[in-house]
Write a protein that binds this ligand. Structure first.
Ligand code: SF4
Length: 421
């Protein structure tokens, strides 16, 4: 038994065919040539980073974006070769690639498998083509079906399907139909998030900033190249209210659990043995290294974020001081921040946080830091203690923003304590 530290890798591919109307991820359209140049630079970053992590074993890899499936599949082969050359990757590592059904051609799938990828995450969002169009997605439900079946035929035995509820104008019936159609396909994992309005997106501008009368869209941000959808989209449906969102959440939870999917996190469901190891690592505070444009990392208690401007990223020389420049400022988390994050992320898990893990991590019992707040929230019916775990109740999930805010610690007290010491 060696003593390698466990590490997760996140690899960012920032390209998409077009921007979805709700999306604030670091992603954009790019010509083939630029994609190839970026992938060359990403491989240099990987090859230069590997030696710094010789004491680590990579347990999970997540190739996300953007849309990794937009690339020629040979790029994924080269990418994985660089990873295997630079890092010690566990034999049973979970290796996921995200794919958009609009770009998942059948010929790409065997190449992914041969490159060692063993999990596919398909962004479907809805089985209703009207809703897909409303979100600015480039694909239809039929495209997804083709991709899903091709993936099964190619030999993928671990597939996630991403779904989205609370799409403007979506009815409970329509959400039910999406869930039922996807359940019938028996993917191993389903993520079901509610739409979140982000500032700076077309949805954000419409719904948050300018009110519902605003109907004009910046060029290039609408779900159609020729702009033919503009008129249709000018009739933007109303947002759902909180109660409707909550009903959709319960519907998903009930239907998925009935169908044998275990809810292991607020928005994630899996068949037995298929919970996403990469995300669990993230929620339980495991260290991860982000590679590629704008990717963030958490290593040795430090957080850092890669350069997020493509021009600047492409100019870095990784054989010199490129890695230093890439990572920019390091943020060393204080103990207070680490404790807060431990609670925020851990309580998203259905199992909750482990009191023993808290003690292992911070050298103090959880009650000595959070005893008062835990007792109060438990009394209010928002938390429950099961043996050594502390988890949100159903009501706690409903008002999770409030519950999680109760775990913020007093920064002033920490500073005063530091000075005393
Ligand atoms: S495909 Fe994904 S990453 Fe790309 S624009 Fe749409 S939501 Fe964003």
């Amino acid at each position: 038994m060696d003593h390698k530290k466990s590490l997760e890798l996140y690899i960012h591919i920032p390209f998409c065919v077009q921007k979805c109307l709700y999306c604030d991820f670091l992603s954009f359209e790019a010509e083939k040539q630029l994609q190839v140049e970026y992938m060359d630079q990403l491989r240099s970053e990987i090859l230069s980073s590997g030696p710094w992590y010789e004491d680590c074993r990579v347990e999970t890899i997540f190739i996300g974006g953007g849309t990794p499936s937009v690339l020629d599949p040979e790029q994924i082969t080269l990418l994985m070769q660089a990873v295997n050359k630079s890092f010690l990757v566990a034999e049973d590592a979970e290796i996921t690639i995200e794919a958009n059904p609009g770009t998942l051609l059948a010929r790409k799938l065997p190449v992914y498998l041969a490159a060692g990828i063993n999990r596919l995450s398909l962004g479907l969002q809805s089985t209703n083509n009207e809703e897909l169009k409303r979100l600015g997605r480039i694909h239809t439900f039929e495209d997804f079906l083709k991709g899903f079946q091709s993936a099964r035929m190619a030999g993928f035995t671990n597939i996630n399907v991403d779904l989205m509820s609370a799409i403007p104008g979506q009815s409970l019936e329509s959400w039910k139909s999406t869930l039922k159609k996807v359940i019938m396909l028996k993917p191993e994992h389903i993520s079901a998030y509610s739409l979140i309005l982000e500032e700076g997106t077309a949805f954000g501008r419409h719904y948050l900033e300018k009110g519902k009368e605003q109907t004009s869209f910046p060029k290039g941000e609408v779900g159609s190249e020729d702009g033919a959808d503009l008129d249709e989209l000018s009739q933007w449906p109303e947002l759902l209210d909180e109660e409707e969102e909550r009903q959709m959440y319960y519907l998903a939870r009930n239907l998925l659990e009935e169908a044998g999917y275990h809810s292991y996190e607020i928005s994630n469901y899996a068949r037995s043995g298929f919970a996403c190891r990469h995300n669990i690592g993230y929620w339980t505070g495991k260290e991860y290294l982000g590679l590629g444009l704008g990717a963030s990392s958490y290593v040795n208690g430090r957080r850092f974020c890669n350069e997020s401007k493509l021009d600047a990223y492409q100019k870095l020389d990784f054989s010199l001081d490129g890695l230093e420049q890439l990572h920019g400022e390091l943020h060393v988390q204080s103990r207070r921040e680490q404790m807060e994050e431990f609670m925020f992320l851990g309580l998203r898990m259905t199992e909750g946080v482990s009191a023993a893990a808290f003690t292992r991590e911070f050298g103090v019992h959880i009650d000595s830091i959070y005893g008062e707040v835990l007792r109060r929230l438990e009394k209010e019916g928002l938390l429950v203690r099961n043996g050594r775990h502390i988890a949100l109740t159903q009501w706690g999930i409903d008002v999770s923003n409030y519950v999680l805010s109760e775990f913020l610690l007093d920064a002033g007290a920490e500073e005063r304590k530091d000075k005393e010491e």
